[in-house]
Design a protein around this ligand. Structure first.
Ligand code: PMP
Length: 286
C-alpha cells in the first residue's frame, strides 16, 4: 500500500480523505503538477515548482507549502514508496469552507488542500510505446481559454483520449481555428529537415516544462526551432512529429488522422531528442 501526503501528514492511501465540500471536487477549483522520477530522483523539480506557483497565482490561490518543504515531501514519498521509476502527482485546491458557493471562500479562514501521491512505473524511460511511436487523431479544441493554467479540469482531454482509443489510436491533437494547439496531455511538434516547429506560448496551451527543456537541448544541438502554429495538413506532410510531457518525455508520433509520417516509424530527430533529454535530465535530477 502506498504512503501518500495530505495536508501536512503522511498516511496510508486508504486512510487519506478530503472533504466532500472541497472545491477541487465540486468545482475543479484546483491545480496540479506531475513530476517524473528516474533512478529514484526527481526530474526538473525546479520547473514544476515554478509553474505550480504561477498556476496558483493566476487563480488567486495561496501556496500552502514552501519550495523547500515541497521538495522534501517529494523526496520522502519517493523514499518510503521505494520509487525507482515513476511519477509524483501533486494537487492543490482552494479547499473547503464546509459548504458550496460559487464565490471563493475567505482565504484567511479557508486552508488550501494539498495532496501528493506516487505512481510506480518501472520501465518508464525504456518505453515500448516510444519505440513504436504513437498514432493520433485530430479533434476540435473546445477547452476553456486559460490552458496556460494547469487546472484539474481534465474532462475534455479525457474524452479526447477515449475518442482516440475508439479510433484505434493512442492520443488526440486538438485543433482551434484550423491550427493545432496541443495534445490531450502533451505539447505537439513537427519536424521538417533540421527544423522543429511547435506552437508559440500563449494562453491557448500549457507551457510544458518538458517543452522548455527539449527546445533548449534542440538549440544547443544546432537544430532550428520555430515557435509558430501549424495545421494538421502541414503536420501530415512533415518528415516527423512528436510530443513532449513530463510523464512520457519525448514521444514520436507516426500517424496523424490515418496518414503515416515519412516511413511510418519513429523519426530520427524525435529519437535523438528523447535520448538527449533523458541523458541530460538524469544528470540534473535531484
Ligand atoms: N499540455 C497539456 C494539456 C498537458 O496536460 C501537459 C502535461 N501535463 C503538457 C502539455 C506537457 O507539460 P509538461 O511537459 O510540463 O508535462
Amino acid at each position: 500500500m502506498r504512503t501518500v501526503y495530505v495536508n501536512g501528514q503522511y498516511m496510508p492511501e486508504n486512510e487519506a480523505t478530503v472533504s466532500i465540500f472541497d472545491r477541487g471536487f465540486l468545482m475543479a477549483d484546483g491545480v496540479y503538477e506531475v513530476t517524473s522520477v528516474l533512478d529514484g530522483k526527481l526530474i526538473d523539480f525546479e520547473g514544476h515548482s515554478v509553474r505550480l506557483e504561477r498556476s496558483l497565482g493566476e487563480l488567486d490561490m495561496r501556496n500552502p507549502i514552501s519550495k523547500e518543504d515541497l521538495l522534501e515531501v517529494h523526496r520522502e514519498l519517493v523514499r518510503v514508496n521505494e520509487i525507482d521509476e515513476g511519477l509524483i502527482y501533486l494537487q492543490v485546491t482552494r479547499g473547503s469552507d464546509g459548504d458550496r458557493d460559487f464565490a471563493f471562500p475567505d482565504p484567511e479562514t479557508t486552508e488550501p488542500t494539498i495532496v501528493l501521491f506516487t505512481q510506480n512505473k518501472p520501465g518508464l524511460a525504456d518505453s515500448p510505446a516510444a519505440k513504436r511511436g504513437s498514432k493520433v487523431i485530430s479533434i476540435e479544441d473546445i477547452r476553456w481559454g486559460r490552458r496556460d493554467i494547469k487546472t484539474v479540469q481534465l474532462l475534455y482531454p479525457s474524452m479526447g483520449k477515449m475518442m482516440a482509443k475508439k479510433a484505434g489510436c493512442d492520443d488526440a491533437w486538438m485543433v482551434e481555428d484550423g491550427m493545432v494547439t496541443e495534445g490531450t496531455s502533451n505539447n505537439a511538434y513537427i519536424v521538417k529537415g533540421n527544423r522543429i516547429i511547435t506552437r508559440h506560448l500563449g494562453t491557448e496551451i500549457l507551457h510544458g516544462i518538458t517543452r522548455a527543456a527539449v527546445l533548449r537541448f534542440a538549440r544547443e544541438a544546432q537544430m532550428e526551432v520555430e515557435e509558430r502554429s501549424f495545421t494538421i495538413e502541414e503536420a501530415q506532410a512533415a518528415d516527423e512529429a512528436f510530443t513532449t510531457s513530463a510523464s512520457a518525455f519525448v514521444m514520436p508520433v507516426v500517424e496523424i488522422d490515418g496518414v503515416a509520417l515519412g516511413e511510418g516509424v519513429p523519426g530520427k530527430v524525435a529519437l535523438r531528442l528523447r535520448e538527449i533529454y533523458l541523458d541530460e535530465m538524469r544528470k540534473a535530477a535531484v
